[in-house]
Design a protein around this ligand. Structure first.
Ligand code: NAP
Length: 264
């Protein structure tokens, strides 16, 4: 019997895992997107778009689709969805794995100013006007209205009108390469970057570029999430799913009812 897996996406790694599962007959996969971006590139696997409607909506979905496992492959800063996933999995005893690499660590040559949340980032830029590179997504840019003296270059997936006077938007979707990041920072004459510590390899090049150019980075720490089992990469997540499939196959060949598989 195929193991039915719901993958909460929003990251390159989530897509990769979904593709690997879809190519494997042991798994039946559904990849879920929040639907924040205007054009979702076809992931090439069965997918759905839009919120579930809180923990209750997620529970309804899990029950209706009879998923056997849940993988939270959302961005480390998508805290609400991760909390909902943890709560729902706990309530129905569904195996849950978070696919999340380690946070980036400061290396020699880095000039980080670490802040606990995005709300503290504008003040960390300091008083004198500077040219700032914001790569924090589109939704939270308004936080920087409290520091209007700076010139902001904002990178986002979709075009939008930033709620900041001195700002321009560059539209691009990762992954990003080091050479291009170096060129961008130099072309825009950037003096300081603001980044979330996502830890994702596909967006690390800007941190490397800042190091090479000796630029400071205001680094926003990850939000605290409920402790759940975590895999650092796609291969480990696939290993976890394989083990789960083996355990569920052993159970389904016995006389136990299918609902028992939910709690493997
Ligand atoms: P969030 O604050 O944690 O979630 C807000 C709500 O959006 C959730 O309660 C849920 O709605 C819905 N949602 C989030 N992820 C979903 C998913 N994969 N499938 C279905 N519904 C989902 O999330 P966010 O920070 O707005 O991020 C939205 C999406 O963008 C996430 O999937 C995340 O992986 C991706 N992303 C976020 C960031 C970031 O910095 N936050 C960066 C890159 C990518 P309901 O309560 O109605 O279920």
């Amino acid at each position: 019997m195929a193991l039915s897996v719901l993958i909460l996406g929003g990251t390159t790694e989530g897509r990769e895992l979904a593709l690997r599962c879809a190519a494997d007959r042991r798994f039946r996969v559904l990849l879920s997107f929040a639907g924040r971006t205007q054009h979702i590139a076809d992931p090439g696997v069965p997918h759905r778009i839009g919120g579930f409607g809180g923990v209750e909506g997620l529970l309804v979905h899990l029950e209706r689709e009879r998923h056997h496992a849940l993988v939270d492959a959302t961005h480390p800063f998508a805290a609400q969805m991760s909390r909902h996933a943890a709560r729902a999995a706990e309530l129905v005893h569904l195996p849950l794995l978070r696919l999340e690499g380690a946070a980036w660590r400061e290396l020699p040559g880095d000039r980080w100013r670490v802040v606990p949340g995005l709300a503290e980032a504008p003040a960390a830029l300091g008083g004198p006007p500077r040219r700032v590179f914001l790569s924090i997504g589109r939704l939270e840019v308004g936080q920087f209205a409290s520091a209007p003296q700076h010139d902001y270059t904002i990178r986002a997936i979709d075009p939008f009108v930033p709620p900041l006077e001195r700002a321009r938007v560059i539209c691009a979707r990762g992954p990003f390469e080091l050479a291009a990041e170096l060129a961008l920072l130099e072309r825009e004459r950037i003096e300081v970057l603001v980044s979330k510590n996502s830890g994702t390899p596909s967006t690390y090049a800007k941190i490397e570029a800042a190091r090479k150019l000796g630029l400071p980075v205001v680094m926003v720490e990850r939000p605290r999430l409920p402790p759940v089992e975590t895999a650092p990469d796609v291969a480990s997540a696939l290993g976890w799913l394989t083990e789960l499939h083996e355990a569920s196959s052993a159970l389904s060949s016995s006389t136990l009812p299918p609902s028992t598989l939910r709690g493997v």
